[in-house]
Write a protein that binds this ligand. Structure first.
Ligand SMILES: Cc1cc2nc3c(=O)[nH]c(=O)nc-3n(C[C@H](O)[C@H](O)[C@H](O)COP(=O)(O)OP(=O)(O)OC[C@H]3O[C@@H](n4cnc5c(N)ncnc54)[C@H](O)[C@@H]3O)c2cc1C
Length: 390
C-alpha cells in the first residue's frame, strides 16, 4: 500500500489471489488464452490474470482492490459477444463462470433470481420446474451467461413477443467500480419510485460495473408451439406477411425470423443434416413460431388461415408447417446454424442494427448498395428478427 492509500499492481494482484483462493485465479499464458481471445478469433487482447470469484462478496473485494490500484477490469461471461467488448487490453479479466447459482424461484411472483454466471440455457431449465418459461433464447444459449446477456441487452429469437433482455430484467445486483455492492434485486413489475437505475447497467457492456445477479421475469410455460417456414420474393411481401400473422396470431406469435437464400445455401453446404425444406430455392425465408396456451388446434388453424391469406395475395411462394417437435427443431436449426455456416464460408463482418419494421426493405436495399461500394464483391447476408436486422 502506498502512502496515499493506493496500491501497486503487484501487491494488488497478490491481494486478489488471496481473496479468491487457489481456484479463483489463472495466470499461465496457456490458461489465459481462451479468456483473451474472442470466439471468432478475430480479436485478441491481453491481461495479467483471470480472476474467477465465487461470490458477490469476493467480486466486490476484487473490484475494490483493482479500484485502489488502478487496474482495469474486463468482465467476461460466456465470451460469445459479437463486438469485442469482452476482449481485455490489460489488467484483469473478471470471469463470472464460478457464480452459477439459481438463488430463488418465486412461483407466486413468477420470477427467478440467478447469479450472473448462470448459462442462459440453464435458466429456462430451472424455470420449467415451476411450470414457467424464461423466453430469452438465442443460438449461443449453451455458452453465453446471463450477466453477458444483460450487459449486451441481447435480443434473440423471441423479441417479437417478449422484447429484449431489458424487458425481462426486474432487478439487478451490481458491484460498482469502487467495490460497493448496489443491491437492486427487486422483483417488482410495478415500481414508480424515482430513477430506475438497473436500466443503466443493461446494455452497458461492463463499463459501469460487474453484474453479479439478476431477478428475471418468467411467463407461464406454453402447452405447445406451432412452427412454420415460408418463402417469399421480396422484403415488402414479408412485411405484409408479418402484418397478416400479427393479425391472426396476435399475442401468441413469438418469432418471425427472416434470412436470405444465400443463408440457406451456405447453411446447407456447411452444416451436417441441414436441407432446404423446399423444392425450389427462394430469395427469402421466414421462420414463424406461435405458442399455444389453450386449444392448440385453434392456433394451428389461425396460422394456416394466415398463410392461406398470404398465398391468395401472392406474398409467399411456398410454405411448410412442422408436424412434430422434431420437424420444428429442424426448421430452427437452419436459422440457428447461420452464424456457424457464415464463419466457415468466409470472413464475416458482423453488425447488429435495429430499424423500425417499416424501414427494413429500404434499409436492406440502401445498406447493401453502400456495403458494395465500400467492399466490392462482398456478399450480403441479411438475417432479420422481426425487431432488428443483422
Ligand atoms: C451463435 C451466436 C448467436 C447469437 N445470437 C444473438 C441474438 O440472437 N441476439 C443478440 O442480441 N445477440 C446474439 N449473440 C451475441 C450475444 O450478445 C451474446 O451471445 C450474449 O448476449 C453475450 O453473452 P456472454 O455471456 O457470452 O457475454 P460475453 O461475450 O462474455 O461479454 C459480452 C459483453 O458483456 C460484458 N459482460 C459480460 N458479463 C458481464 C457481467 N456479469 N457484468 C458486466 N458486464 C458483463 C463483457 O465485458 C462484454 O462487454 C449471438 C452470439 C453467438 C455466438
Amino acid at each position: 500500500m502506498n502512502t496515499n492509500g493506493s496500491m501497486d499492481w503487484s501487491s494488488a494482484l497478490d491481494a486478489i489471489k488471496e481473496t479468491v483462493g487457489p481456484n479463483g485465479w489463472l495466470s499461465e499464458a496457456a490458461e489465459l488464452e481462451p479468456y483473451v481471445t474472442e470466439w471468432r478469433k478475430i480479436l485478441r487482447g491481453s491481461c495479467r490474470m483471470v480472476v474467477r470469484p465465487a461470490s458477490t462478496e469476493q467480486t466486490a473485494k476484487v473490484v475494490g482492490i483493482c479500484h485502489r490500484a488502478g487496474i482495469p477490469i474486463t468482465p467476461l461471461g460466456g465470451n460469445t459477444g459479437m463486438v469485442g467488448g469482452g476482449v481485455p487490453e490489460d489488467g484483469i479479466v473478471l470471469s463470472t463462470e464460478r457464480m452459477t447459482a439459481v438463488r430463488a424461484l418465486d412461483a407466486d411472483n413468477a420470477t427467478i433470481t440467478v447469479e450472473a454466471g448462470c448459462i442462459l440455457a440453464e435458466v429456462p431449465n430451472a424455470a420449467r420446474d415451476g411450470g414457467f418459461l424464461f423466453p430469452l433464447s438465442l443460438a449461443a444459449e449453451g455458452s453465453c451467461r446471463i450477466g453477458g446477456n444483460i450487459a449486451t441487452n441481447a435480443g434473440g429469437n423471441n423479441t417479437v413477443r417478449y422484447g429484449n433482455t431489458r424487458d425481462l430484467v426486474l432487478g439487478l445486483e451490481v458491484v460498482l467500480p469502487d467495490g460497493r455492492i448496489w443491491d437492486g434485486l427487486r422483483g417488482l413489475r410495478k415500481c414508480n419510485t424515482g430513477y430506475d437505475l438497473k436500466h443503466l447497467f443493461i446494455g452497458s457492456e461492463g463499463t459501469l460495473g460487474v453484474i453479479t445477479a439478476a431477478v428475471l421475469a418468467l411467463v407461464p410455460a406454453p402447452k405447445d408451439r406451432v412452427t412454420a417456414m415460408a418463402t417469399a420474393d421480396s422484403w415488402q411481401d414479408l412485411l405484409k406477411l408479418f402484418a397478416i400473422m400479427q393479425g391472426h396470431l396476435a399475442g401468441t406469435l413469438v418469432a418471425f425470423e427472416v434470412f436470405t437464400g444465400l443463408g440457406m445455401e451456405i447453411t446447407a453446404r456447411h452444416v451436417v443434416d441441414i436441407v432446404d425444406p423446399f423444392a425450389e430455392p427462394a430469395p427469402l425465408y421466414a421462420l414463424i413460431e406461435t405458442v399455444c396456451y389453450g386449444d392448440d388446434a385453434a392456433v394451428r388453424e389461425a396460422l394456416e388461415t394466415g398463410l392461406g391469406e398470404a398465398f391468395e395475395q401472392e406474398l409467399v411462394g411456398d410454405a411448410v408447417i412442422a408436424e412434430s417437435g422434431l420437424q420444428a427443431d429442424n426448421l430452427w436449426r437452419i436459422r440457428e446454424s447461420l452464424p456457424e455456416a457464415q464463419s466457415v464460408e468466409a470472413t464475416v463482418i458482423k453488425h447488429d442494427i435495429s430499424v423500425p419494421i417499416s424501414k427494413i426493405p429500404a434499409y436492406v436495399a440502401e445498406g447493401s448498395k453502400i456495403a458494395m461500394e465500400i467492399a466490392p464483391g462482398c456478399r450480403i447476408l441479411s438475417n432479420v428478427s422481426a425487431y432488428g436486422t443483422t
